[in-house]
Design a protein around this ligand. Sequence first.
Ligand code: UN1
Length: 509
Amino acid sequence: MTGIVLPTTDALRTRARAALDRVGAAVPEGGGLSARTPVTGEYLFGLAAAGHAETEEALAAARAAFLDWRTTPAPRRGELVRRLGELLRVHQEDLADLITIEAGKIRSEALGEVQEMIDICDFAVGLSRQLYGRTIASERPGHRLAETWHPLGVVGVISAFNFPAAVWSWNTAVALVCGDTVVWKPSELTPLVSLACDRLLARAVDDVGAPRDVHRLLLGGRAVGERLVDDPRIALVSATGSTRMGREVGPRVAARFGRSLLELGGNNAAVIAPSADLDLAVQGIVFSAVGTAGQRCTTLRRLIVHRDVADTLVERLTAAYQKLPIGDPFDRATLVGPLISAQALERMRGALSRVRDEGGTLLAGGARRAVETAPHAAYVEPAVVRVDQQTDVVREETFAPLLYVLTYDTFDEAIALHNDVPQGLSSSIFTRDQQEAERFLSTEGSDCGIANVNIGTSGAEIGGAFGGEKDTGGGRESGSDAWRSYMRSATNTINYASRLSLAQNVSFL
Ligand code: UN1
């Protein structure tokens, strides 16, 4: 096997600077934060983190901008998002460069992430003319009952490293057309991507003449996140990250009667039925389990395979795993880039050793691919492990390319295994049996927010609502009517008769 050849850290630094220059973004000089690249595992630049005063100023500015922005007609607000979408089209390659440099995504997935941003902008522009309320039949003569929707306030967006740009855009594009303003705390691991996104939106703001402070970026760590969580000026906290993080954020926001929208961990499974088209299944499984080096919240982590096809499927899967090109994410032939950090690799190794202690059998992968020129980079062979039962480690989300294979005999057993984890984000079934497919999608089937047939668990389009149940947090973002989370509704009763009639036949006076 030939070794991994990587660009130098200097070359990556130059490439990052060039992309930032083309976008027009300046790197705030100072300390507190570092930009790093998982491609070589090295440090790129130091950056200034937001302090207390800067955070306070941003919150006040975003709140003041809200009072102005909320009165701008929604279709005009859509013009800002349309301009952002145009700039994203122009700078798709630049943003993709930064995503690859900071998150380690392979080229096609980095470009795909920016495409997802463009798509949500298009969606939100249409939405800006469709923030519909309802008219409801009143029980009283001469009355009209209506539901109207209004902007909510400042939305605090807390995002994760693995979709450093797209998740921000799902929230921001929708929040902006809804009349909200946004304060964004990105992952500390991806400051450069967020500087570029912030700059593109600032350019769009200038181009259409929107208020400057409709969006504020705050680079920083836990202290900044805590301000967003605790400050009553933040009407909605939209947070993406681990279940552990969500367990802190949810109750703290609720304690001040704020709203939260949580997108937390997943432990996504695919059921492989005996009638499944195995070619299709292998392709779907490999993309969902290995794509983004297993670091999507939608990554496939459990395979629940019918006993009759288990050996054949495992054989084909391990053959596919053996051929996976691992290495430089800028190389178009690569399918598996680096893990985000050496700690992520340690966590994967820890899970592997626990599952083997519990009786699991390693079928493929799991070895680190050390690179002599980049000792801190975390390249690893995606792993497949056969297990007899869902032990604690299988029920946890390990954010790495680690796929557990379980077998089942009856469909009911498959569904029971499928749902017997704390998380409930994404799910799929590969089957040619229509009854099974429909049962999987039915109320008694998958308990997840996303349930697919003959396609893997990851790679959702923006048009549907995105999110999951149970420990995944219950939030819905992106398409469909997820916009309602970013607005408040009011029920209006209008009396156009000349007498007052009371509901529920109450008589008074
Ligand atoms: C995430 O991993 O946080 O469905 C988001 C997908 C992508 C979004 C993933 N469209 O895999």
